[in-house]
Design a protein. Sequence first.
Length: 497
Amino acid sequence: MILMNSKEPNSPKIEKRYPIIRVLKATLLIILLITLIQAVFTWRSINDEMCNRERIETNVRSEKVDFMKESIANVVFNSARGIESVLDSATRAEQLLLSMVRDNPSLLGAALAYVPDFHTEKGRLYAPYVFRQDSVIRKKCLKYDYTHYDWYTNPLNTKKAGWCEPYTDADGTYVAMITYSVPLFDAQGRVAAVLTGDLAMSELLILTDNIYHRGSLRSIMILFMQMFALVLIALIGWVAVSSTRKNKVLDDQNRQISDELSVASRLQSMVLPSICPQHPRLSLCANLIPALKVSGDFYDYTLQGDKFSFCIGDVATRGMEAAMAMTVTRTAYRVSLHSDDSLSVMMKKMNHALVGINENYMYATFFAGQLDLSTGCLSYCNAGHFPPFILSENGAEAMNVTANVPLGIVDWQFEQQQVWLKPGDMVFLYTDGVVEAMGDKREPFGEKRMKLRLKGLSGSNRTPKSMIKSIEMALRHHIGMDNTAEDDITMLAFTYL
């Protein structure tokens, strides 16, 4: 009792003697309230700002792309009437076409593709083409049969203007583009020609600058409370501000990366084939396992009669650049399939197209082949990719392949090769992600393990699907079931029956 009574009168005496204690108590309480209020408002403000910023920037990007396309469409549509009136005069039509490109810097190029035999003195197919190249306006006539391309057939059949799907110009600028086409009519109301305007795909990648959002009244109040807290306890305020800035930078970087990966993922899903061709002398299987959300690997195949064309590649970068490089490479490959070019000529054109847009020193290893299913003759051309394996009764042996150089580095004269397959032979193609897959002990899977797996299946068990599944199981065991591969894993196999 005595001790307790002796402490009670001392407590108020201490506070009266040291009034700063009461100030400190009040200050600590205010700081606590400010911190709680700041936490609530900051959390809501950050969420609101992130949502608003994402929505506004998405809308601005969409509006910019729409504006660019609408501008090109207006130029072509407005020029169509003038050119339509002078279709019978090839000279005057070419002059108007040249003026149209010269007066509109946003146009990559423009073509006036006449219907066959319109100007008999010019030949069966006549299509003057004016385009920009190295800041110079050039003029030429298209040498390829343009009557098979969407930019010509769509307006011809529908008699309506519109955009076509992205493609690579195989006789002019050699860049990926989209084209707006307008049908031109003669006096009898028949389609006599198609007027086009080209927009480079690279222009569509120009995004708006970061948008600065002015702070609302609530943000200003939060800032004022934060400054008040900083005056009271500078160290805590400094740590809080530093932490907030770091988190904001990380959020911006993560959001930018996520946007790029989403775009690249959508592009890649459109590039890869989804349906296997059906032929009594062909069995096919392919699979791509990306290490991240998007992949730098790709493959493609198509069947035209008895000619089976296929390819596999690996872009030496990731994210948006990888997706765009894949789109350009695949589009150039598909366009080349419509021509009668050999594989070496096709590879040279693809390489030229990639070298022309390779500002960031991207490159891609690439292997393309064509199998004549009626004879078993396999023609192929390589661009710095791993040699495929041929599995036969004698085992699994790597093909005799000239290395050449990867696409996109330097102009190159590619060498085409040939080999004859026997019924039952299987061809196996892969990317570096297979042999370079690391295990728990940082040991690569290696070509030796892969070759043993290729030899492991025989007879009726050796199908493209079972072969790829067997190697996938070996890779999972080597990498570890709970681990993920560091690089993309892509395989393509087919059997000549």
